[in-house]
Design a protein around this ligand. Structure first.
Ligand SMILES: [Zn+2]
Length: 372
């Protein structure tokens, strides 16, 4: 059985031009982030902690019939790591059924081609989207909160199609790190005598330690050996329970003079994979670039735009390739303190690997959230 047969429904999440739509549905009563946090996701000088994410997701899970909150297990600091499973209400009622289809297709044991085709037709695309793995790369955790809010609140035809065709597994990859980094950035916000009461004085400087209890920044070097509780929680969800067809892992930062790296990756690709893997990474990545350009959002780069490849084998994204999953990496600029996109001359002339350059300019957090 080929990967192409397995992941055919996954195209649902990528097709930006709707062929059909569900009938309009009444807008659910959903608490927007500003009502829960006191600020919009992506507002300058604001960042939500994991405690806030935890509370907000519990609120959304109560309000929405599109979301099921799953407790994945403990973190190393004793928090609970949550996964927001999002799909249509009808799909959520049959989660076990769709998970079993995904598992059978991925394992391909005692399965004829005809049975595999039938399962692919019946199944839903299982799409893993994480955020916050490297907690100082703060776009990841915040975009995850915004994405979940939009998926449980929007009623446009494209969103309704996503919900019908896909089951999204939305995972905060490093809860302890988000708590540490957000509380550090926002320090003083509750104390009128604190020196950083002025929001514009907030900064990440002097963070007292790294963002994973035992392994610092190497929480993305643990997926082949699963030493940490968070890694075990995620590996179990990906490779024992759900077998997602797409694994989307967020990082920072984008190359200088650009906004975001997205696949395709540079050559040579890792030829230990099935050759359909690099082809399908390219197909998904190209759809992502096309969507940004169609929305007038320049500054995305691929391939020779930077050095990211498919060769390091122990990370959240890269290990997925050995399970025939489409692993997507993005590396984006941005943070709660506004920054400037510098002039990098060779990124100003369009090329096949950066088709729509972006001019040097001030850049705000929300712009990164809107490119996620
Ligand atoms: Zn990173």
């Amino acid at each position: 059985m080929t990967l192409r047969r397995i992941h055919r429904p996954a195209w649902a999440v990528l097709a930006v031009f709707c062929a059909w739509s569900l009938s309009a549905q009444p807008a659910p009563k959903i608490t927007p982030p500003k009502d829960a946090l006191g600020f919009n996701i992506g507002d300058d000088y604001q960042m939500a902690s994991y405690s806030q994410l935890d509370a907000y997701w519990h609120t959304l899970a109560k309000e929405s019939d599109r979301m099921k909150l799953v407790d994945m297990g403990p973190t190393e600091e004793g928090r609970r790591q949550y996964m927001a499973v999002i799909s249509s209400p009808a799909n959520l009622k049959q989660l076990d059924h769709y998970r079993e289809i995904s598992r059978r297709l991925a394992r391909a044991e005692d399965l004829t081609d005809e049975q595999a085709h039938a399962l692919a037709r019946d199944g839903k695309a299982i799409v893993w989207i994480d955020g916050g793995l490297h907690a100082s790369e703060t776009v990841g955790s915040q975009q995850l909160m915004e994405w979940v809010y939009q998926m449980v609140s929007r009623t446009d035809p494209e969103t309704m199609r996503f919900l019908n065709d896909c089951i999204f597994l939305d995972v905060q990859a490093n809860p302890d790190g988000q708590e540490l980094v957000a509380n550090w950035y926002m320090r003083g916000s509750e104390n009128p005598k604190a020196p950083l009461k002025d929001p514009q004085a907030r900064n990440m400087g002097g963070l007292p330690r790294l963002w994973a209890k035992y392994i610092g920044h190497d929480d993305n070097r643990d997926f082949y050996m699963s030493n940490m509780k968070e890694t075990t929680n995620m590996n179990r969800a990906m490779f024992v329970e759900w077998y997602p067809q797409i694994v989307y892992n967020h990082h920072q930062s984008g190359p200088a003079g650009t906004v975001i790296f997205m696949p395709p990756f540079r050559d040579p690709f890792n030829f230990n994979f099935d050759p359909l893997i690099p082809l399908d990474i390219e197909a998904v990545g190209t759809a992502m670039h096309s969507r940004l350009v169609a929305e007038g959002k320049g500054g995305s780069v691929m391939r020779s735009g930077t050095g990211y490849s498919t060769w390091w084998n122990g990370g959240l994204r890269t290990i997925s390739y050995f399970h025939n999953m489409i692993g997507i990496l993005t590396e984006i600029i941005g943070g709660p303190t506004p920054q400037t996109i510098p002039l990098v001359a060779d990124k100003q002339l369009p090329s096949g690997d950066w088709p729509m350059p972006i001019a040097p300019q001030e850049w705000h957090y929300r712009q990164s959230i809107d490119c996620r």
